[in-house]
Design a protein around this ligand. Structure first.
Ligand SMILES: *[C@@H]1O[C@H](CO)[C@@H](O)[C@H](O)[C@H]1NC(C)=O
Ligand SMILES: *[C@@H]1O[C@H](CO)[C@@H](O)[C@H](O)[C@H]1NC(C)=O
Ligand SMILES: *[C@@H]1O[C@H](CO)[C@@H](O)[C@H](O)[C@H]1NC(C)=O
Ligand SMILES: *[C@@H]1O[C@H](CO)[C@@H](O)[C@H](O)[C@H]1NC(C)=O
Ligand SMILES: *[C@@H]1O[C@H](CO)[C@@H](O)[C@H](O)[C@H]1NC(C)=O
Ligand SMILES: *[C@@H]1O[C@H](CO)[C@@H](O)[C@H](O)[C@H]1NC(C)=O
Ligand SMILES: *[C@@H]1O[C@H](CO)[C@@H](O)[C@H](O)[C@H]1NC(C)=O
Length: 335
């Protein structure tokens, strides 16, 4: 994967690599309204509030389903925008009516995500849909939602050459079915270093000029803290600077003890306190909380959290548990 990416590095994207920012102590990280939450269920329900407290920069979230999270359900779309997703092919015919009924009930839905990693295998979080099947589902169940008030994202392919060829086939299949499947933005995933990320984005921009981009999952997994923090700062600065990158959502919003992308990429310590990255992501200053060490102060929820693993019992339904398990193990492509 990384070898093949290195072949497509371009001068344009390399030139855009930013220097790592000097953010430390009480200096707040740059603010941005592009930032959103990839919602991952926590066995500690209090963790859900961290992302919306105080002066959090986060303006939107998605949870891989078409149902908002209870903890945020009384926040208006203007306060914290819920972006529904049609995850896979199951139940696609119910999707549009679910969206319409939420809108009738007063939720002002303006953006929709579709098909989580359709080119990926189920074992790494993919929804395993062929481009042709996705094209016919899109035309039947998604296209009718596409109007001036709802903007729709392209299928959210894996961050790989396979992902891009899946996407290209999807559009071809749509056209041969008589509809162009026009998208309003292209969501991308990336697990790897910054140079690869910038190169990947450059490749997408070259293939789909004039289309807005959302980075809906990204991280540098399993690296040392300094490199991980530098990746975070450089990529956030890059996303904030480029107008065609409309939104981004970092992976992730969980405790280091249950992180599947390595402890240093997590935004919470094992005790549920913001790490430096977590605080920067919300527009705050470094906390000095080391991702994998327990804080000296006692936290009411910390006993037994070490090595507790992922618990799915707080999920509303088996389907959601399944979907989110996929989401949580959704980084295989990087390896
Ligand atoms: C719902 O709104 C009320 C009033 O603003 C607030 O006190 C409460 O915390 C909110 N509930 C949730 C789950 O956010
Ligand atoms: C399909 O959607 C309906 C309505 O939201 C839900 O009750 C049902 O459990 C879903 N079935 C599957 C297999 O997802
Ligand atoms: C756009 O689609 C939504 C959902 O189907 C619908 O409620 C709304 O009336 C539509 N708006 C227009 C302008 O067609
Ligand atoms: C819905 O949200 C959009 C985007 O923020 C806004 O332009 C529009 O006025 C809102 N519509 C309603 C009915 O609140
Ligand atoms: C979908 O597109 C691909 C690439 O153009 C093509 O090989 C394939 O035959 C198409 N499938 C269908 C069912 O049209
Ligand atoms: C699809 O796109 C092509 C090229 O832009 C255009 O000529 C054609 O009219 C479009 N077809 C539909 C059904 O919108
Ligand atoms: C990009 O979008 C602008 C504004 O919508 C349009 O004027 C321009 O022709 C587009 N360029 C390309 C290459 O599609």
């Amino acid at each position: 994967m990384r070898t093949s990416m290195s072949k497509i590095l371009t001068a344009v994207t390399i030139a855009r690599v930013a220097l790592s920012l000097d953010v430390s102590g009480t200096t707040k990280f740059q603010s941005s309204s592009k930032r959103g939450l990839v919602y991952i269920s926590s066995e500690h329900s209090s963790d859900d509030q961290i992302w919306v407290e105080g002066n959090s920069d986060l303006t939107w979230y998605y949870d891989y389903t078409d149902i908002p999270i209870d903890a945020y359900s009384n926040r208006s779309q203007a306060e914290f925008e819920f972006v529904p997703m049609l995850w896979g092919s199951a139940n696609s015919s119910a999707f549009a009516s679910e969206i319409r009924s939420q809108m009738t009930a007063g939720r002002n839905i303006t953006h929709i995500l579709t098909f989580n990693e359709p080119d990926g295998s189920a074992s790494t979080g993919g929804s395993e849909i062929s481009p042709a099947d996705a094209a016919s589902i899109w035309i039947k169940d998604i296209e009718p939602l596409r109007n001036e008030s709802i903007k729709i994202g392209a299928p959210s392919v894996t961050g790989s050459q396979n992902g891009l060829s899946w996407l290209s086939q999807f559009f071809t299949n749509c056209t041969s079915l008589g509809t162009n499947c026009t998208v309003d933005f292209i969501p991308l995933h990336w697990y790897g270093d910054f140079q690869g990320l910038a190169s990947y984005i450059g490749q997408v921009v070259a293939s789909y000029p004039n289309t807005s981009i959302w980075i809906t999952e990204y991280a540098l997994p399993h690296s040392d803290l300094k490199t991980t923090q530098s990746f975070f700062q450089t990529s956030a600065e890059y996303f904030d600077r480029l107008d065609y990158i409309e939104r981004y959502s970092y992976f992730g919003s969980f405790r280091s003890s249950v992180s599947n992308v390595g402890p240093n990429a997590a935004m919470l310590t094992q005790d549920g306190q913001l790490t430096d990255i977590g605080s920067w992501y919300l527009g705050g200053a470094a906390t000095g909380n080391s991702p994998s060490s327990s804080s000296s102060g006692s936290s009411p929820t910390n006993s037994g959290s070490t090595g507790a693993g992922y618990k799915l019992n707080s999920w509303k339904s088996g389907l959601q548990a399944l979907i989110t398990t996929f989401a949580v193990f959704n980084f295989g492509i990087w390896f």
